[in-house]
Design a protein around this ligand. Structure first.
Ligand code: C2E
Ligand code: MG
Ligand code: MG
Length: 567
């Protein structure tokens, strides 16, 4: 009898009286051996013995019983859905069992379950699992429960991904997960809740000090180098901690507050941990308010540009100007980019903002020429993230071309854009080159700062970060670094600009001890609003810059509008 389903018939004592071919194959025995077995003797196949054991129970109940059977033979492991049905045949009570192979459906089901509840990369439980676990802990133990939730975010993970590639990023995540899981108790749980974010449940806890000690221990454990793909990587995590019931009565509140605490660490030291407190809640609300007003400001185009000249330090001539964006907030107060650029990048608003800056510049182009001299170069800052984004840079290059004077523009990007594994060097630079748009490396020295990487970079200009220029006349170490950058840049044909010159002494050092030709800084001019210059207002500089006091220097070269910014 050849049926797709396997069928067996057993008598009331459990002995097999009929076994079809499919059933014989299911147990990896011949039908003859099963039916002809000595009554009551044990089979080699455990599942056949199990079948014998259930007969009495099913026949007595008189009811159909369905169950899943996992059968492992020498050949395979399969799952069957088996129905046992009591039947009466000429006064004999028999058990008719039929099975169908559901291995494939079962495998899919198990895969779906794993996907929903376990992270594929690290094999850690997902957000859903830790959420349910915390939920049931609170339901079952109420306010007598005391546990901690730690929100961990790997620092600069994006950089690691960009610089070493996604495969190394993934390998790092797996290794971080392994280190964090070491020695956890059965009642603790580590979950990967998204990209580089982990949530750790520590349950139960006795007090805050105990939690702080353990988290500190984890931070130390993460500090040891990771060996990935032949490279030695260093990683750290920022951690925010909330405690039940003090910082929230449910999962969502606890997660959110741990996240807020983590965010605080990110913005300050990184690689550290902090416990949530109510003050942080206020900060988070303030941040949300900025976020809201930023979105509104972009809608209302409430941006303006301040311009700061790049000056020839020996002739005081203006070589170019840099456009620095400012935001007029809801109350009309001017905000410097430090308060909103990172947020604009994070919220995906930066591309629109950069286009607005260019539009602003073009609106004032005649005024720019009148103020600083016809044809001065105009620098625009582009965030590293944008610089590697082919779609944005293509549209931005097109906008630069449409100005009719693309060769006047210089795009300022930080080193990250060059070293990150993005399209910048290979695809975007050639587009800018074709248009004659200049490229400048901004804030050099505080990013990867690799002098050897400089050799691969094809930029027109390099701007040495202000941190090297501050008190340069008194700092031999910075002087040495400056010299090295200077000679390398010279060899590579890049113009060097010293950023943030504030004092006469700094300038005097640059003039006397270096061949650096250009500088930018409050000593020459703070960023200025053009309207203020033309209306002859005394307040020539923007609100933030104005708060920095200018040195009173008799010997300071008069740098004024009267000299027409070098005209
Ligand atoms: P940056 O491109 O390095 O610009 C130089 C910053 O240093 C400006 O700050 C300028 O006001 C300040 N600065 C200039 N001279 C001195 C000095 O002598 N002393 C001191 N203490 N500071 C000086 P600002 O305008 O606040 O801009 C900060 C950063 O924001 C810029 O740094 C740039 O990275 C970014 N940014 C500005 N505008 C834009 C923009 O339109 N798009 C993007 N993506 N970023 C922008
Ligand atoms: Mg800049
Ligand atoms: Mg800079």
């Amino acid at each position: 009898m050849s049926l797709p389903a396997s069928v067996t018939v057993q008598d009331e004592r459990g002995n097999f009286v009929f076994v079809n071919d499919a059933a014989a194959a299911q147990f990896n025995m011949s039908a003859h051996d099963i039916v002809g077995a000595v009554p009551g003797a044990a089979f080699r196949c455990k599942e056949l013995n199990d079948r014998r054991d259930i007969v009495a129970g099913v026949l007595q109940s008189g009811r159909v019983r369905t169950s899943e059977e996992r059968i492992r033979t020498d050949l395979a492991s399969k799952v069957y859905l088996t129905t046992h049905r009591p039947v009466q045949v000429s006064n004999r009570q028999l058990l008719l069992s039929s099975s169908i192979d559901v291995s494939q459906q079962k495998a899919i089901e198990e895969e779906l379950f794993r996907c929903a509840y376990y992270d594929e990369l690290t094999d850690l439980p997902t957000r859903r699992v830790i959420e349910q676990c915390v939920g049931s802990l609170i339901r079952e133990q109420g306010s007598s429960a005391r546990f901690a939730m730690a929100f961990l975010d790997i620092d600069n993970f994006k950089h690691i991904n960009d610089y070493y590639g996604h495969a190394s990023g993934d390998a790092l995540l797996v290794e971080v997960a392994r280190r964090l899981s070491l020695g956890l108790r059965d009642t603790d749980m580590l979950s990967r809740i998204s990209g580089d974010e982990f949530l750790l449940l520590l349950n139960p806890i006795r007090n805050e000090a105990e939690v702080a000690d353990y988290i500190e221990f984890l931070l130390q454990r993460l500090k040891a180098p990771f060996f990935i793909d032949g490279s030695e990587l260093f990683a750290s995590a920022s951690i925010g901690v909330s405690i039940y019931p003090d910082h929230g009565g449910d999962y969502e509140m606890l997660r959110q507050n741990a996240d807020i605490a983590m965010y605080r660490v990110k913005n300050e030291t990184k690689g550290a941990a902090v416990l949530f407190n109510d003050g942080m809640q206020q900060e988070a609300l303030a941040r949300m308010a900025i976020e809201q007003s930023l979105r509104l400001a972009i809608l209302d185009k409430r941006f303006c540009c301040a311009f700061q000249p790049k000056v020839d330090i020996r002739t005081q001539q203006v070589r170019g100007i840099e456009a620095l964006v400012r935001l007029r907030d809801d109350d009309g107060v001017i905000q410097a980019p430090g308060t909103f650029i990172d947020l604009a990048v994070e919220l995906g608003l930066i591309d629109e903002l950069t286009h607005l800056v260019l539009a602003e510049i073009m609106k004032s182009i005649d005024l720019i020429d009148d103020t600083f001299g016809t044809g001065v170069s105009i620098s625009i800052n582009v965030a590293a993230k944008q610089a590697g984004n082919l779609a944005f840079m293509t549209s931005f290059a097109q906008a630069l071309e449409e100005t009719g004077c693309p060769t006047r523009f210089i795009v300022e990007v930080t080193e990250d854009a060059f070293v990150a594994k993005t399209h910048f060097q290979t695809e975007i630079l050639p587009i800018l080159r074709r248009l004659g748009v200049g490229v400048s490396i901004d804030d050099f020295g505080i990013g990867y700062s690799s002098l050897s990487a400089l050799a691969d970079i094809t930029a027109d200009e390099i701007k040495i970060d202000r941190s090297f220029i501050v008190d340069i006349h008194k700092r031999p170490r910075s002087q040495g670094i400056l010299k090295a950058i200077e000679s390398l840049s010279e060899a590579l044909g890049m113009t060097v600009i010293a950023e943030g010159v504030e004092t006469f002494e700094e300038l005097a050092y640059l003039q006397a001890a270096t061949r650096i030709k250009y500088a930018q800084g409050f000593y020459f001019s703070k960023p200025v609003f053009l309207e203020e210059l033309t209306t002859g207002s005394a307040a020539m500089s923007d609100s933030r810059a104005a708060s920095v006091s200018r040195p009173v220097q008799e010997s300071r070269p008069a740098y004024s509008r009267a000299r027409g910014f070098g005209r």
